[in-house]
Design a protein around this ligand. Structure first.
Ligand SMILES: CCCCCCCCCCCCCCCC(=O)SCCNC(=O)CCNC(=O)[C@H](O)C(C)(C)COP(=O)(O)OP(=O)(O)OC[C@H]1O[C@@H](n2cnc3c(N)ncnc32)[C@H](O)[C@@H]1OP(=O)(O)O
Length: 216
């Protein structure tokens, strides 16, 4: 195992936690509220009795307020990649990203990683089931974090998905990953999304040990 995320002073999480823990305050709390809004809007559709013109005006006022107070995006990019710990912005686990479910991942002593997540309407593909591209995104990330946990990371070069059965919305999904083999710069990693112990989607990834430089 190599680098593990650094503990923030005063934080009590264990080192095997591999994803950001929501702080339930500041931007994290606003993001959690936004997730509720995204879900509620999809639930609403055209049958809602809510006054959508007023809702849109309120939401635009919030976006205007945020835009007025935000600094340059280049500075934000630097900020996002400072430190050596877990990311807070990514679209799968990010406490600061409203499109992240979010999935929380933990490393296991046997070298694998895993987490559970329940997906709702924003992630729908076939009726009542998870979009295949969403499953691919989740698994790509889980394989990437599996590599970080194992100590040798890279960029996804090839991701092979097998969809075994439809993945249900509104049910707890277990997602696991494990680095299988490293040869030179090539890294092979596998993962699976299961429900009630039955595999729904499995993934095999080939990663190449190369990093995009961080913004400074
Ligand atoms: C401790 C815990 C902390 C936790 C903390 C977590 C931190 C947070 C984690 C974030 C986890 C994010 C996980 C998401 C991961 C992405 O989303 S990455 C983004 C998606 N991927 C990309 O954008 C990659 C785009 N592609 C590329 O940049 C380049 O093509 C690559 C993949 C880097 C390879 O390029 P290259 O370095 O020039 O390599 P190249 O010399 O062409 O090939 C090297 C070898 O690989 C082979 N190869 C290359 N591509 C392929 C391919 N597609 N198929 C088969 N073979 C291939 C070549 O044939 C060659 O083989 P040999 O001839 O050596 O036998």
């Amino acid at each position: 195992m190599s680098e593990k995320p650094e503990l923030v002073p005063g934080e009590t999480r264990k080192l095997e936690v591999l994803t950001a823990i929501p702080k339930n305050e500041g931007v994290d709390s606003a993001v959690a509220a936004t997730r509720r809004v995204i879900s509620a809007l999809l639930h609403a559709g055209d049958r809602t009795s809510a006054e959508m013109g007023a809702v849109a005006a309120q939401l635009n006022a919030i976006a205007d307020h945020l835009d007025e107070h935000n600094g340059p995006v280049d500075d934000r990019l630097v900020d996002m990649w400072s430190g050596e710990g877990v990311t807070r912005h990514d679209p799968i686990t990010g406490a600061e990203n409203a499109i992240a479910p979010p999935l929380h991942l933990a490393g296991r002593e046997d070298g694998s990683i895993g987490g559970v997540v329940t997906l709702g309407l924003p992630y729908q593909g076939p009726p009542g089931h998870v979009h295949g591209g969403v499953s691919a995104m989740l698994l790509d990330h889980v394989l990437g974090v599996s590599n970080a946990w194992a100590g040798t990371s890279g960029m996804t070069a090839r991701l092979t998905l097998n969809y075994h059965r439809p993945t249900p919305l509104f049910q707890e999904l277990e997602i696991t990953g494990r680095q299988m083999k490293v040869e030179g710069r090539k890294i092979w990693t596998e993962g699976v999304i299961s429900v009630d112990g039955e595999p729904c989607v499995s993934a095999e990834g080939l990663f190449i040990n190369k990093q995009v430089p961080r913004p400074r």
